[in-house]
Design a protein around this ligand. Structure first.
Ligand code: SF4
Ligand code: SF4
Length: 144
């Protein structure tokens, strides 16, 4: 009888309890991810966002965009060294959004200029990268 009860208990765990626990944990997966990683500005990327990332990663660090950017001579270098900062960040596996938080605020001064993107020999879509970064940093704020 005890053996039968033990087998019944094992079956209950395998068939009901364990799958139920997994299902509940799965539904909280995103929430738990954000609890752990949002403070480090790590937020999930949608499938569509992951598809555009390779287009952002072509920078060869030639520096031409920094040389042409009109904000470079107007701002202290410790605040703004140029738009390549963004292109270089996206040329790595995962951009470190926390490092881009301060420079993104300075881009309010760009106006209608798009010189950095026009001069880029690798056609890195810098303006798209700026917009993408703004959206992801807004996601970080929401998750914090
Ligand atoms: S768009 Fe902004 S970052 Fe690019 S060159 Fe113009 S001022 Fe500089
Ligand atoms: S011009 Fe293009 S390739 Fe050169 S540093 Fe800027 S983003 Fe990178």
């Amino acid at each position: 009888m005890r053996r039968l009860l033990a087998l019944f208990f094992l079956a209950w765990r395998a068939v009901v309890l364990h799958p139920l626990r997994n299902a509940l944990a799965g539904s909280r997966g995103k929430e738990r991810f954000l609890e752990n990683y949002a403070p480090e500005a790590l937020v999930p990327y949608s499938a569509a966002e992951r598809r555009v990332l390779p287009r952002f990663s072509g920078c060869i660090q030639c520096g031409l965009c920094d040389a042409i950017c009109p904000l470079v001579p107007r701002l202290p270098r410790r605040q703004w060294r140029g738009p390549s900062l963004f292109a270089v960040a996206y040329s790595r596996s995962t951009p470190e959004l926390s490092h881009l938080r301060t420079p993104i605020g300075l881009l309010d001064n760009c106006g209608t200029c798009s010189a950095c993107q026009t001069v880029c020999p690798r056609a890195v879509p810098l303006l798209e990268i700026f917009a993408f970064t703004r959206r992801k940093l807004a996601d970080v704020e929401k998750a914090a």
